[in-house]
Design a protein around this ligand. Structure first.
Ligand code: NAI
Length: 390
């Protein structure tokens, strides 16, 4: 049970790049990192516009001298301070993740970076190598994976309740961009511009979330090959897709599908993960994250609820308030941030084995998301052909 008691020796002095005034995800990062006192916001280069970024940092209560015009200035100045930041969050558009994360690692900082981690697998592997060489943590904010019922789903697969896994059905298909809303929305505009978004829109922006969750639930499945078809229903978004379907074959003989869309008109998130085994199935939906549907063939379907004593202990460990009171995305993000903090402390103590069992989306998850998108794009752009997964 989480009750606000910090499990690390100290709060991590922390900075942010991006996530400034009016940004979509900046507040969620601050809320998650500051919630349980694991991180202490000390510095920031919050905005492309230096004056606006500085004013925002001052509003947040930061020392004006530690509100920097850009990340380069921040890393240089903070490295020179005895009380400089130890970790930085990168909450900027996708095109900047690689250079900013690389510069942060080279400055000796742990990083929490937004997804997709980079544009290319080669870039992601470069970050992985630098982090490994320097003993630094890179956390990637696949935030939904912090929901506790994901842990229950993983236990139900691990203990054989579902039998042999046959089918994985993934979906993240919202309807908010059914029309060309990017005309009025800067945060949508960069998402449909390859210079800022990278080689994909919805595959990287949305589908990597359930992809990561599927990996948590079914860690033994390895993709053998995949086939992707992608469309730009709002034509001005081409070459970036606002809809895509992916077929996957795993090396166990299991198969998977993923439908991702921003033009699923009328739908809210519609992020769902369904895993079908030889004995039964589970289904989790991010709009009802406190429940997990368990269907055993021949028995009535059951709706498992977060916080209930019938869950596996691992699914109860991060409970904050007890069953019946709904927890949400902010709680899930906070769950990931305390794990990031534990991992950072263990790395600083040169004892990463101490957190070997700690589940959090780290650099390997970041690399995998980028690798998957790269394969999907290669398949789709070759006309929707099977490509071997390497
Ligand atoms: P946004 O466009 O709403 O905000 C971006 C912020 O970054 C702005 O404050 C902007 O001024 C600042 N910025 C841009 N370049 C900068 C630079 N070089 N230095 C300092 N600040 C800079 O974008 P949004 O929606 O907040 O997305 C940011 C990132 O978060 C993206 O990579 C996106 O994919 C990811 N994201 C992740 C979510 C999740 O569930 N994990 C949800 C939403 C976004």
């Amino acid at each position: 049970m989480i009750n606000g008691t910090r499990l690390t020796k100290s709060a991590i002095r922390w900075g942010m790049v991006g996530g400034g005034k009016g940004s979509q995800i900046g507040y969620v990062h601050r809320s998650a990192a500051l919630r349980d006192g694991y991180f202490d916001l000390k510095a920031g280069a919050f905005d492309l516009d230096p004056d606006r970024g500085r004013a925002f940092g001052v509003d947040l209560g930061l020392d004006p001298d530690r509100c920097y015009p850009d990340y380069g200035a921040m890393f240089a100045a903070e490295s020179a301070r005895p009380d400089g930041i130890r970790c930085v969050t990168v909450a900027t558009p996708n095109n900047t993740h690689y250079p900013i994360t690389r510069a942060a690692l080279l400055a000796g900082l742990h990083v929490i970076c937004e997804k997709p981690l980079t544009f290319t697998t080669a870039e992601a592997l470069d970050l992985q190598a630098i982090a490994a060489e320097r003993g630094l943590v890179v956390g990637v904010t696949y935030g939904y994976s912090g929901h506790q019922m994901i842990e229950e789903a993983a236990r139900l697969v691990a203990d054989g309740t579902l039998g042999e896994i046959r089918i994985v059905n993934l979906q993240f298909a919202h309807g908010f961009h059914s029309q060309a809303v990017e005309g009025d929305s800067p945060a949508t505009r960069w998402r449909v511009d390859p210079a800022f978004a990278g080689p994909s829109y919805v595959l990287g922006d949305l589908a990597t979330h359930p992809l990561y969750i599927a990996g948590v639930i079914c860690p033994d499945l390895r993709i053998k090959r995949l086939l992707c078809s992608r469309q730009s229903f709002v034509a001005s978004r081409a070459p970036l897709e606002d809809n895509a379907t992916v077929l996957m074959e795993y090396d166990t003989g299991a198969v998977g599908t993923c439908w991702t869309s921003a033009v699923n008109a009328g739908a809210m998130h519609s992020q769902k993960v369904r895993v079908v085994g030889s004995k039964g199935s589970i289904e989790w939906w991010d709009e009802h994250p406190n429940q997990l549907r368990l269907e055993i063939q021949g028995e009535p379907a059951r709706l498992l609820d977060r916080g209930m004593p019938y869950l596996h202990p691992q699914a109860l460990a991060d409970d904050r308030i007890g069953a019946g009171h709904p927890e949400g995305l902010f709680d899930a993000w906070a769950n990931l941030h305390y794990r990031f903090a534990l991992a950072i402390e263990a790395h600083e103590d040169r004892d990463p084995s101490g957190v070997a069992g700690l589940r959090y989306p780290g650099i390997a998850a970041g690399v995998e998301g980028v690798r998957w998108v790269e394969h999907c794009v290669r398949s789709a752009d070759a006309g929707g052909v099977w490509v071997d997964y390497a």
